[in-house]
Write a protein that binds this ligand. Structure first.
Ligand SMILES: Cc1cc2nc3c(=O)[nH]c(=O)nc-3n(C[C@H](O)[C@H](O)[C@H](O)COP(=O)(O)O)c2cc1C
Length: 200
C-alpha cells in the first residue's frame, strides 16, 4: 500500500521552510510514503494534490502570537472544501517556528488543530515526552521546547535561516513527519470504510 503526504507551509524568511523540509524528509522516509512540499504561495497549482493526499501537515511561523497572514489566507481559501467535506478523515498535524523560546507558539498550533477539526480531519500530536526539562537534559534533546500538540522550532531573530532552527528542532520536525506517515499508513490499511454519515 502507498500513501501521499502533503506539507503545506508558509515561511516569510526561510526558517519555517527548513522545518517544513525536515517534516517532509521524515514523511518520505517511511516505506510506501510519498511526500510533497507545497509553499502556500504556490497552492493554487496544488489543490488536486491536497485532495488526493492521505495526510496533510500544516506549518507556519508564529507572527504576532498567531499564524502568519499568508497561511491564514490559505486557510480561508479552503472554505469551499469545508462545505464539500473534502478533507474529512484525512490525517493532519501541524508545526510552527518563532524567535522566542515560547513566543506564543502554542496559540498557532491550537489554531492549526482547530482548523483540522473544522475539516473533520484526524489530528496527530507529537508523542515525544518533553526534552530539556531535567538536570540531564539539554538543547540537543528531541522536543526540547516541550510541545505535544505539534512540532515547535525556534530560530534566533538576528540570524538567517542558514543558522536556525537548531538541529534538534529539525529532528523533532522530521520525527513528526515520520509519525504522520506511519499513522496514515495504519489508517488507510485498516480496511474500515468511512461511514456515509451518522445522521443518515
Ligand atoms: C510580523 C512578525 C511577527 C512576529 N511575531 C512573533 C511572535 O509573536 N513570537 C515570536 O516568538 N516571534 C515572532 N516573530 C519572529 C518570527 O517568528 C521568526 O523570525 C521566525 O523564525 C520567522 O520564520 P520565517 O523565516 O519562516 O518567516 C515575528 C516576526 C514577524 C516578521
Amino acid at each position: 500500500m502507498t500513501i501521499e503526504v502533503a506539507v503545506v507551509y508558509h515561511s516569510g524568511y526561510g526558517h519555517t521552510a527548513k522545518q517544513a523540509e525536515a517534516v517532509s524528509k521524515g514523511a518520505a522516509s517511511v516505506e510506501g510514503s510519498k511526500a510533497l512540499l507545497i509553499p502556500v504561495d504556490a497552492v493554487e497549482r496544488h489543490w488536486d494534490d491536497l485532495s488526493r493526499a492521505d495526510a496533510i501537515l500544516f506549518g507556519a511561523p508564529t507572527y504576532m502570537g498567531s499564524l502568519s497572514a499568508p497561511f491564514k489566507t490559505f486557510m480561508d481559501a479552503t472554505s469551499t472544501l469545508w462545505f464539500q467535506r473534502s478533507w474529512k478523515d484525512k490525517i493532519a498535524a501541524g508545526f510552527t517556528n518563532s524567535a522566542a523560546q515560547n513566543g506564543d507558539k502554542f496559540s498557532s498550533l491550537m489554531q492549526l488543530a482547530t482548523f483540522a477539526a473544522q475539516h473533520g480531519m484526524i489530528w496527530v500530536g507529537l508523542d515525544l515526552v518533553p526534552g530539556n526539562n531535567s538536570s540531564t537534559g539539554g538543547l540537543d534533546d528531541l522536543n526540547r521546547l516541550g510541545s505535544m500538540l505539534g512540532a515547535m522550532a525556534q530560530s534566533n531573530a538576528d540570524q538567517s535561516a542558514e543558522f536556525g532552527p537548531i538541529a534538534s528542532d529539525l529532528r523533532t520536525a522530521e520525527y513528526l513527519g515520520r509519525r504522520v506517515a506511519e499513522a496514515a499508513l495504519r489508517w488507510k490499511g485498516g480496511g474500515l470504510a468511512a461511514p456515509e454519515s451518522v445522521l443518515g
